[in-house]
Design a protein around this ligand. Structure first.
Ligand SMILES: NC(=O)C1=CN([C@@H]2O[C@H](COP(=O)(O)OP(=O)(O)OC[C@H]3O[C@@H](n4cnc5c(N)ncnc54)[C@H](OP(=O)(O)O)[C@@H]3O)[C@@H](O)[C@H]2O)C=CC1
Ligand SMILES: O=C1O[C@H](COP(=O)(O)O)[C@@H](O)[C@H](O)[C@H]1O
Length: 470
């Protein structure tokens, strides 16, 4: 976020002059939105009034306490000047989201705004009814509506939700959030790819063996049992986060930096991805999951998922993409790993075949960084070995904004490239849909490893899953 972002620059979206956060007393607001707004205030990026709406009665004292508790929980050092400025621009409206009187009360504030931004961080069942009530109240004409995930629960419901919303507002008034897209390394990925002659030309079937995308978590579903048990890993993180990651790794160069051009290329990339197949997928459930409060005693929900997909394009034909994610794995790590084909085994460098092939790793979490693993020769002997060239982002490139800080800022200033269009959402449901329809075979796995052993076979003929780079 640079100074130029403070004004509506080349981004061609709308500069919002009011932010209304529906669900300001909720869990997501507590964990993410309030800290993000605080950071934006501290950086001087907030220029408009903010209204929070929820059902409980909150007076100024209760709001102030909620904000301070949230910031403390986020480990934020609270500066008096900053929190005072944030609270000064904040007001609270109490009301039921399903009652038209709430929107009548909101009208007074919204009538002073040319371009309001309505952020719906509310239970997903309320997305459509709330946009309808906003529209009936005459509040949506010049507004943008920022919608949390999940957007649908399968292809049919995502299409139905899109259809309902399109009956109320235009597609370009809707911004769908996926917080992974606000992670700095994923935003930098396009730059790293397209600004480097030594990287982009190598990302093709001639040079690449495969791509591995890993999102490993070393914790379980904890207190989210009843939510997670209805969702599972595929809906929770694959359909959205990991397919967005895949689109960013494989998309072609957008025609320009305009968000619509970027969206076009991402959708094109997703359209080329094969639908996932149960035969080349593994679903697992960690031992002890059934004892988590809120989880059904005979649950078949997957807490681990691994799969292989392919891309129907001249460029990537024959390059398998391996994707895996799971709770209670050995480490917390999210990374993209490009495995290159081995160098030819010439008599001059015979031992190169004993070394792992070159790899390029983009670590998204924790500690974003880029690594190139190359084969070199040990100066004390004649044998080869693998060495790493590492670029730690924060040290080299400066402070990284948190995803919600970036996304809320972008939504406010009209930079929409990090949001998701209807066709991208529907394409990603299309890709996972066979897994939702098919007969599921969920195998158990022990905590602290890398999921069920069955997942290892997926990479047969390739390098095999690599231990994440930590
Ligand atoms: N929590 C998380 O970590 C994440 C959540 N999300 C998504 O964000 C959205 C919100 O999730 P989360 O914050 O966890 O949900 P919560 O249930 O914690 O919060 C929902 C908010 O909406 C309010 N609310 C609910 N129903 C009504 C109503 N009829 N009238 C007025 N207020 C109402 C709640 O008020 P009250 O508290 O008083 O009931 C609360 O402020 C969901 O779409 C979720 O999928 C996405 C990623 C992560
Ligand atoms: O959306 C979700 O993402 C988190 C992981 O996000 P991260 O930014 O902390 O890596 C995941 O734990 C959660 O189950 C899911 O709902």
């Amino acid at each position: 976020m640079g100074d130029e972002d403070k004004v509506n620059s080349e981004h061609n979206g709308t500069l919002s002059d009011l932010l209304v956060v529906f669900g300001i007393t909720g869990d997501l607001a507590f964990k993410m939105t309030i800290p993000a707004l605080y950071r934006l205030e501290r950086s001087g990026y907030l220029n408009c009034p903010i209204v929070g709406v929820a059902i409980d009665d909150y007076d100024d004292t209760a709001i102030s306490k909620r904000f301070r508790d949230s910031l403390e929980n986020a480990g934020e050092h609270v500066e008096h000047k900053v929190i005072s400025a944030l609270l000064a621009r904040f007001s609270y409206i109490q009301g039921d989201f399903l009652s038209s009187s709430t929107y009548d009360r909101l009208r007074d504030v919204v009538s002073h705004s040319k371009n309001p931004l309505f952020y719906l961080e509310v239970p997903p069942a309320l997305f459509a009814p709330m946009v309808k009530l906003l529209t009936e109240a005459g509040l949506s004409q010049r507004a943008k509506v920022l919608i949390e995930k999940p957007f649908g629960t399968d292809l049919a419901s995502a299409k139905a939700l899109n259809k309902t919303l399109h009956g109320l507002v235009e597609e370009d008034q809707i911004l769908r959030i996926d917080h992974f897209l606000g992670k700095q390394p994923l935003m930098d990925l396009a730059y790293i790819r397209f600004a480097n002659q030594i990287i982009e030309p190598l990302l093709d079937r001639v040079h690449m063996d495969s791509i591995q995308i890993t999102m490993a978590e070393d914790f379980g579903v904890d207190d989210r049992g009843s939510f997670y048990d209805r969702v599972g890993a595929i809906r929770d993180v694959v359909q959205n986060h990991l397919l967005q990651v895949l689109a960013l790794v494989t998309m072609d160069t957008p025609l320009s930096g305009a968000y619509k051009d970027i969206w076009d290329k991402k959708v094109e990339a997703l359209r080329a991805v094969s639908s996932m197949d149960i035969a080349t997928s593994v679903m697992g459930q960690y031992d002890g999951y059934l004892e988590v409060p809120g989880v059904s005693h005979n649950s078949q929900t997957e807490t681990f998922f691994a799969t292989k997909v392919s891309i129907e394009s001249w460029r990537y034909f024959g390059v398998p993409i391996f994707i895996r994610t799971g709770k209670y794995l050995k480490v917390r790590s999210t990374e993209i790993r490009v495995v290159f084909k081995p160098a030819p085994e010439l008599s001059y460098i015979k031992d190169v075949s004993t070394l792992p092939p070159n790899q390029m790793i983009l670590r998204i979490d924790p500690k974003p960084a880029l690594r190139l693993s190359i084969c070199s020769k040990d100066s004390t002997g004649s044998s080869g070995r693998v060495v790493h060239m590492d670029l730690p982002f924060e040290e080299e490139l400066g402070r990284l904004p948190m995803p919600y800080e970036r996304l809320l800022h972008d939504a406010l200033v009209g930079e929409y490239s990090l949001f998701t269009r209807e066709d991208a959402v529907e394409e990603s449901w299309r890709i996972v849909q066979p897994l939702l329809d098919g007969e599921r075979n969920v195998v158990s796995y022990q905590k602290g490893g890398y999921g069920p052993k069955e997942a290892r076979h997926l990479c047969k003929g390739h390098l095999g899953w690599q231990e994440p780079w930590l």
